[in-house]
Design a protein around this ligand. Structure first.
Ligand code: SF4
Ligand code: SF4
Length: 288
């Protein structure tokens, strides 16, 4: 299968998804009806046999609970990762007040996640329709997040399939200090992925190290309302996570913060185009 066949289908699907536009008549959102949530998607592809997938089982990476593409799908040949970047309006709305999440951002996190899930399912159906096998780990009954699992083997705040690590391996971008993934369309948006038996040419990664696209400028940490990010210490998930949980109580059924992803040099693109060529490979994984 050719990359462009997948790209065109996914792009069309996202553009036409009803929840990719804030609808008329949604309570509290009447004035925002018609606002588009996502820009056109970015897609990346990797071989299911890429050795980096095995390395995600290391404790320094995601952890031993992380499943390889073959464990999800024995006939796996390729991994497809997509990034749905938020539109500028969604991003700009979220730095009008740095203490509370904007309504646009909250919509993007809840209804926007429906678009991501539906895009995963669309891709699975599309690939099966072409005669291939396909699995979306995030929709699979075997998927476990840390919060759902009582398994002490689970690395802190890590699931058994990491969308951001899959996106890194598929060539979509590198991590930032805030632990988001910086892509050529910036850091603010949502990721999804599918594993398939379809052979697809892998995307050439334009980087060598985990943090190549991050300048370590620290602006994401300055934006954080609970000081969960420092240049010296990285991101403390144990500080961030309770704060995001609190927003789920305040804004139920919505939630979100995202102040570390807006009004930052990596908001809309790659801030550091002179890559750190000496940053090595997958070693500095610590708490990504
Ligand atoms: S704001 Fe600066 S330090 Fe934070 S992720 Fe973006 S480039 Fe890296
Ligand atoms: S999501 Fe919010 S609380 Fe968490 S690190 Fe980013 S800015 Fe801080």
């Amino acid at each position: 299968m050719e990359q462009y066949q997948v790209m065109e289908s996914v792009q069309r699907f996202v553009e036409q998804h009803p929840q990719n536009t804030i609808p008329q008549g949604l309570p509290d959102y009447e004035d925002l009806a018609g606002m588009v949530v996502y820009q056109p998607p970015l897609l990346g592809f990797a071989s299911a046999e890429d050795p980096l997938f095995i390395r995600l089982k290391e404790w320094e990476a995601v952890g031993p609970q992380h499943m390889t593409p073959e464990e999800w799908l024995p006939a796996a040949k390729s991994v497809i990762s997509f990034f749905l970047p938020f539109t500028r309006k969604i991003k700009e709305s979220n730095y009008q007040d740095m203490k509370i999440p904007s309504r646009e951002w909250l919509y993007g996190r809840l209804e926007g996640q429906t678009v991501v899930d539906d895009t995963c399912q669309f891709l699975v159906d599309f690939l099966r329709g072409q005669g291939f096998e396909a699995v979306a780990p995030s929709l699979d009954a075997r998927f476990r997040s840390k919060k759902e699992s009582q398994d002490p083997q689970f690395h802190s705040f890590a699931s058994n399939w990491s969308e951001r690590h899959a996106a890194y391996i598929c060539g979509l971008g590198t991590f930032g200090l805030s632990k988001g993934l910086i892509t050529k369309k910036g850091i603010a948006g949502r990721f999804g992925s599918v594993i398939t038996s379809a052979p697809i040419e892998p995307t050439q990664r334009a980087y060598a190290g985990l943090y190549d696209y991050c300048t370590m400028c620290g602006k994401c940490g300055e934006n954080c309302p609970v000081n969960a990010i420092t240049v010296q210490g990285g991101k403390d998930h144990r500080t961030c996570s309770p704060y995001v949980d609190l927003t789920s109580q305040l804004y139920a059924p919505r939630l979100g913060c995202g102040k570390c992803q807006v009004n930052v040099p990596c908001q809309d693109g790659i801030p550091n185009l002179e890559f750190h060529q000496d940053s090595g490979d997958m070693v500095p994984l610590s708490d990504v």
